[in-house]
Ligand binder design. Structure first.
Ligand SMILES: [Ca+2]
Length: 324
């Protein structure tokens, strides 16, 4: 008798974004997941463009049944000067392909309100996959202090654990985008799984893989092979590599198959100013310090420490090359 497995409900909080687009498509192609909504945030592009791109990607996939809730246009501290990574993803966020505007519209509800609503509708059952700065999640915690206990799990692409960042030596981009929000989320008490660039910098899509996408009959694969050009150019300029890091799709796969990674547990705090703004500092909680520290008494989170990179790439490719 075939086992009936229940699909995992996921909300993807995203700033599309070339690798966000790939993660969203992998999610839509994963039978283990039910995507109940996308929420948008600034990061790779400004929030309004992230919303437009989220709607466009769902229309491309023929999944206009999935709602989009627009997120914050400012940081949790209401800063309007944002770091936008258009030099990584193109000024349109999707490799400068001049896609037509989407026909659909976002919900009237804010991203934070949507997150709180879904957590209340399905307590303990919704996983948020956070692929951008953590402002919307911090706003959800502020809106409903019981949100951390009602949300099932929060899987965060964010941080650089014992390695350099990718914005500067200290900070990874999603945490740097709103470090105050990140510190709120990391210490909110939810079931959190963090995947940093120490993990995602091991997962590389080669140009051979890109060729396979290009030659595929799958519309998802062909779409991605087109927008990936800009991202490959950036990686060649920035890292001198022929290939691209799969930050967002790798994080997405932690929801599909957590056994692709191993994890450790401890307390993460985020530096919110100074030259190390956005730094994530992990306390493994093995030492009892003589002083009271800023990590004392804070809830622990899980942080990924190893990844089966070939298996991750293989699964991503398999999902994208699948027949419709
Ligand atoms: Ca992203």
């Amino acid at each position: 008798m075939a086992a009936v497995t229940k699909k995992k409900k996921v909300i993807i909080d995203t700033d599309p974004g070339i690798d966000d687009a790939m993660a969203i498509f992998v999610a839509l192609r994963s039978p283990e997941l039910e995507v109940v909504g996308l929420t948008t945030i600034f990061g790779n592009v400004y929030t309004a463009l992230a919303t437009r791109n989220a709607l466009h990607l769902l229309e491309t996939a023929g999944r206009t049944d999935i709602p989009v809730a627009e997120g914050s246009h400012v940081t949790i501290k209401k800063a309007t000067k944002l770091r936008i990574a258009s030099f990584v993803h193109g000024s349109d966020g999707l490799g400068n392909q001049n896609f037509p505007p989407p026909a659909g519209k976002a919900l009237d509800q804010s991203a934070a309100a949507f997150l709180v609503e879904q957590a209340n509708l399905y307590p303990g059952q919704v996983t948020v996959i956070a692929l951008g700065p953590l402002t919307n999640l911090a706003l959800a915690v502020e809106l409903d202090p019981s949100f951390p206990k009602k949300i099932g799990q929060i899987i965060i692409l964010g941080g650089a654990y014992s390695v350099n960042g990718n914005v500067n030596p200290a900070a990874e981009a999603n945490i740097f985008g709103d470090p105050d929000a990140a510190d709120i989320v990391f210490t909110c008490g939810a079931d959190i799984l963090a995947i940093g660039i120490n993990i995602t910098h091991q997962v590389l899509l080669s140009d051979v893989d890109r060729k396979k996408l290009e030659q595929s009959d799958s519309k998802y694969a062909r779409y991605l092979s087109n927008i990936l050009g800009y991202y490959y150019d950036y990686h060649m300029d920035a890292y001198s590599i022929t290939g691209v890091y799969l930050h967002d799709p790798t994080t997405l796969l932690a929801a599909v198959d957590p056994s692709l990674m191993t994890y450790t547990e401890g307390v993460v705090r985020v530096q919110t100013d100074g030259i190390t703004k956005g730094l994530t500092v992990f306390d493994n909680t093995k030492k009892t310090y003589g002083e009271i520290t800023a990590w004392c008494g804070k809830p622990t989170v899980k942080v990924a420490v190893t990844v089966d990179a070939p298996a991750v790439v293989e699964l991503i490719m398999q999902r994208l090359l699948m027949d419709d």
